[in-house]
Design a protein around this ligand. Structure first.
Ligand code: SF4
Ligand code: SF4
Length: 67
């Protein structure tokens, strides 16, 4: 099963990942990160189909997908 991880400290909260993930894997954290943003978090990782869209769309290289 694919493993998706977000490095919350690198996230700048553009939410492209959340908007573009076809499987609704991402949510928004309630906790602020070191940069003052509410980062994306993985909320439904089991649904990931490893399409890699989030990996390539993230402008801050904050997402890892391990197949
Ligand atoms: S695409 Fe990257 S920077 Fe944007 S919300 Fe998702 S993890 Fe954060
Ligand atoms: S790899 Fe695809 S399905 Fe998995 S979290 Fe990223 S965008 Fe969603």
């Amino acid at each position: 099963m694919p493993q998706v991880v977000v490095n919350g400290q690198n996230c700048k909260a553009c939410y492209y990942c959340k908007e573009l993930c076809p499987e609704n894997v991402f949510a928004i954290s309630q906790e602020i990160n070191g940069g003052g943003y509410f980062p994306a978090v993985v909320s439904n990782g089991d649904a990931c189909n490893s399409c890699m869209i989030c990996y390539f769309i993230c402008p801050d290289f904050a997402i890892g997908v391990e197949k």
